[in-house]
Ligand binder design. Sequence first.
Ligand code: NAD
Length: 498
Amino acid sequence: MNKMTTTVQQFYLLMEGKLSPALSGKYFDAINPSNGEVFAQMADADSIDVQMAVSAARLGFDHGRWPQMGMAERGEFLIKIASLIRENAKELADLECASTGKTIKHTTFIDVPTAAEAFEYFGHLPGNLVHETVRHSAPVLSTVQREPVGVVVAIIPWNYPLIMTAWKLAPALLAGNCVVLKPSPTACASVMLLAKLAAQAGLPKGVLNIISSSRPEAGQELVSSPEVDMVSFTGSTKTGEAVMALASKGIKKLTLELGGKSPNIVFADCDMEAALGGALSSIFMNQGQMCTAGSRLLVEDKIYQEFVEKLVARAQNLKIGPADNFETEFGPLVSIEHRNIVLKFIEKGKQEGAKLACGGNVPNINPKGAYLEPTIFTHVRNTMSIAQEEIFGPVLCVMPFTSADEAIHIANDTKYGLAAMVWTKDLEKANKVARRLRCGTVWVNTYGAFLNEVPFGGYKQSGFGRELGLTGFWEYTQIKHIATDQTPGGKSLVTSWF
Ligand code: NAD
């Protein structure tokens, strides 16, 4: 934390509909993990800024027009934000790349368009969705409608800042809530540019507040505020536990999108090229820093050796380098601190008896960057900590299996339940296996197919609640039944009981 002294780009908080520095005037550095350089400075919200953001949302909800507007009118603001995202796509992709270390190819072709598409999908949802059913049991007319929850606090992690922001803001705002969003201080520059675009979209005062803060307490302050009605949290399972405890005070509505240790099950009758590509992408895209990373690869023993040899060869061929180069396939991790945590897991894996088939070292690219080789462990037992803990880095644990039952047993033998992959040409078998896997998403002969229409979320300690789809939209609503006796003055059974 320091006073602004350099000329790098500065980003402000979005409070009460306008951009402003933190009250203290403090900023914190945004560091590019490709080279260790400071590329931006972020306004650093203190406790007072956090309180002001929540109060602005409270006022916006209790006294503003937003909750009363029709869905179509609110949807127009979302469409406007989407078009501003598309107009500023390059700057957003550059910032997402500089803050996370995700390759520029990834941020350009996945993160920015996916964020815009989420705003477009929710922005175009038909308004009649909030009136669920109407039943006329004469003389009483019953209507059931969905209403906004109130003030929503949205907290997101550093691995997909733009997409996570869009997945939370679009449905929460469409439902008529007023929102305070807090990105992770580790990577928040793209989100604070999005805050600027949201201000340009002209959302009414207090409807959306976005605050960056280097203080670990900022999230706790938001979740604990008595002015908040709902918390929508995405992050690690450990932090999710703390958030759940804090949200219990005041009985706040809560959704938790947490960690994963997803199994990738490869049967001998798979299309090997496709399965190799899927296995590689699922653990080495975004340098393995994905909640749905296929970090446990289960390969049927008949093809185990051939599959692992081919996979190792392909992992060793990935082009590692600075994330802003379009040729780079594998950039740095998000920070040197995070890389050190991943390196400790690698050491632990070796001590536990797993064998390094490739990687495990810091490549000679830039000592100030957070680089790490794609790493594959064989001779892994599912009880080892590298097979049970979410490493959140490019570290793959490979294990053989002999039968579908055994694969399913290993796959489910984890505290997590976010996603799984199954590779086989036998779709009947795939379907049977998919039904027995205890997780929120199963991808068959594919990986990472996220659709705006389809809910995404976890089983077990991967959390509860869903993002995306109508289910994701409904998370941000509560249900009201209005029963009206339509006879003048009311003459129903209840009023004539005594
Ligand atoms: P994290 O849990 O450390 O932090 C997430 C967010 O919570 C950050 O904004 C952080 O500042 C904030 N925070 C920290 N302590 C808090 C507290 N006590 N109260 C409230 N907020 C607090 O996670 P991370 O390291 O930023 O991200 C990686 C994790 O996110 C991984 O576990 C990954 O699996 C998970 N993740 C899950 C999904 C999903 O959809 N299930 C998606 C992306 C990432």
